[in-house]
Ligand binder design. Sequence first.
Ligand SMILES: [Zn+2]
Ligand SMILES: [Zn+2]
Length: 705
Amino acid sequence: MSPGQQHVGFLERACANARLPEFAPALERLRLKAEEAFAVRFRMSAGDRGEWGHYYHCREDAGRLMFDWSRPREHRCSVCGRVYTGQRYDACWIGLAHHSMGTGAFHMALCGSLDGREDYIRRVRDILLDYARYYEGWEIHGDIPYNGPGKLFAQTLEEAHWILELGLAFLMLRSSFDAAEEEAVCRGLLRPCADFLIAHKEAQIHNHAVLITSAISLLGFLLEDEEIHRAGLEGEYGLLDQLQRGVLEDGLWYEGVVHYHFYALHPILQYGWAVENTPWDIRGMEPIRRMLDFPLRFIQPDGTFLRRHDATSVVNIGTYAPYYELGLAWFGDARYRAYLRTAYGLEGALPPLSLPGYRPMERDSVFALCFGMNLEAEDGEAMKELRRFVEQPQSSAGSGLTRLPGAEGLHLTVKHGPFGGEHDHMDQLNLSLSAWGIPLLEDAGTVPYAMPLHYGWFKHTFSHNTVAVNGMDQPPADGRRLGFGREAWGSWVCAAVDWKQEDYLLKDCIVLPEELRPWDEPSYQGVELARTCLVRDNWVVDAVKVHLPDRRQADLLLHVDGTLEGTPDLLGEPTEETFCRLDPALFRNPRCLSLEPGAVKPLVWAADKGKLTQYAWCSRPSTLLSAITPGNPAGRRRHTLVRRVEGGGVTVFLHFFHYDAAGSAKCGLQGVIRAELGEDGRLMVEESPLGRIVLAWNGEAPVFG
Ligand SMILES: [Zn+2]
Ligand SMILES: [Zn+2]
C-alpha cells in the first residue's frame, strides 16, 4: 500500500478539529499563513545558493534584518533601520526565501486539504515539481563552523529543515498527484535529497544530527525505501542512537537548554506525524516521553525557562505549548493538559497557577489544530503536581540542573551536568539568580551567533558566575551533584567538578573542532571545584571551594544585573590590571581593591526592580577587580566582580545575597562575616547575617545555629 492511499492520521484529526469552535483561532491563523504563502510570486532558479541565516543581523545592534519578498537586494535592520546590501545578504535572503517556500508549502497543503482549496493544492504541486527540476543542479556549498554543507542552503541542517516541511506537504497531497508527477518529485527531489543528507550525516550526537536523520527517515518513508529509512533511523548516530545517547537521565537533551531540547525534539515529532499508525510509529520510544516530562519541572516562577548556553531568546511555557498538544494526544498525560491550561490561561474551578509576568498565549498553533484535545476537564492532581514543580525545589542529578525557589519570587539555578558540547559555555557550577523575571545574577545566554560578543564574550567561562583558573576557559568536564535537600528552613544543593581526568560522558560521541576549543588544559589540570548553595526566604548563601594543586590564579566571577549604590570607590581605585585573555575593551571602568580575609563592606545593587545586598568573605587575602561588561540584549550592561586569589591549596569564597523587592536596602550596612575552615573540610561560619551556619562540600546539608 502506498502512503498515498493510507489515511494521514494528523490530517483526519485536523479535519475534525477544524469544525470545533475552540480551534477557530488555529484554523484562522493557518488560513492567513496559507494565503500569505499563496500570494508569493517567487521564481526559483538554477543559480540559487542560500547563505547562513546568522549573517542576517545588523552589525551594530544585532537586530534581525527584515526579510521582504519585494526587496531581494535591500535588507533593513529591524532595530536601527540601517540598510545592508551586497552578495552575502542577498544570499541570506535566498535562503530565507526557500525556507518560506518550504513552510508555505506545508501550510498551503494543510489548509488546502482542510478547506478543499484546489488552488493551494495546485500551487504546492508546482513548487514540488519546480524543486524536482532544480534540486540536482544546485551546487554543494557552505563553510559554516560545525556544519556540513548544503545544496540549496549553506548547511546540511537547513536542508533538513526545509525538506521536512516539503516532505509533510507531499505526504498530505500525494494522493492528488498523477503517477508521473509523483515519480518526478520522488526522482528529482526526495531521492537526491535523501542521498545528499545520507552523505552528510554527522558522526556525532547533536541536534543537527537529529534533524538530518529525522529528515532522512521521513524521506525513506515517503519513498517507501527501507534502506534509506533505516539509514536515517538506525546504526551509530542514527535517529534512535541520538535519542538513546543524547537524552540524559530525567529527559534533558544533553546540550543543556530547553531551546536546543525542543529544537531537537521538533524534527523527531515531524517524522512521528508522518509515521503515526504505521509499523514505524515512534510513540513507544521512551526518550520522547522523557523529553516532554523534563521541562515541566523547570518552569521558572514567571513562566519562563532558563536561558543559558547558546540560547539567544527568552522563552516561556507558551513558546512550547504546541509540543504539549501533541504530547497530550499521544500520551494522554493529564500534566500536559495542566501545562496547556496554564499556558493558555484557561480559567477553571481550580485556582490557576500563578506566574507573575506571564501573558497567556493564544491556542492557535498548527500542532493544536492537528493534535488538539479537549482541555476542559481539569485534573486536580495533575495541576497540583505542576504547581509543586514550579513552587518547590527541583533537582536532577542526571540532567545536571537544580532550581531553588525562595521568597519574593527569588529563584536560583545551579548547573552541575554533563558537558554540553558545542553549545556549552564551559561554565560548570555556574549559578543564575533572578526574582520573578528580574535578573540579579542571571545567566545571559548569548547574542545572535554572528555578533562578535557571541564568540568573544558569552561563550567563555569568564562571562559566567563560576570560577576561572588563570583567566582561562574550563575544559570539558562533567559536573556532579553531591547533595540536594529540602529543609524546614529552605533548600540547598551541593555540586562539584574536577579536572583530574580527561573523560566526560559525551567525549567519544561529539565533535569539537580544534579552532573551537578555547580552553586551557594545563591551567585546570588537577583543579577541584565545589559549590554549596542554599536559599532561605529571600536569602541566598553561596559557598565555593577551589583546590589548586600548585601556584595558580583563581577567580570567583559574579556578574551583577544592577548598578552599585554609593560611590565607585567602594570598589577601589581605577586599574590597568588584566582581567583575562579576552579583549580588554570588554571591561569598562575597571577598578581594583585589595582585601584581607573577611574585610569587606556589604555592597548594595539596584536591580531593575528591588535591591540586592551582597556580603562577601574569602578565606585568604584577595583582590577584587570590577568592571562594567556587556549583558544581553546588546546595550545592556552588567557589573562584573572578580574575586582573585593567587597561590595553591584551598580557597573558600563565601557570599550572602539578600533580595529586597521593595528596594528599601541602604548602602552603608554593617555586615560582619567571621568564618573558619575546619580540619574536617567544613566551613564554620561563626557570624553572618543569618547567624551561625556549618557548610560542607561533601553533600551534607547545611546546618544553622
Ligand atoms: Zn541595526
Ligand atoms: Zn553562558
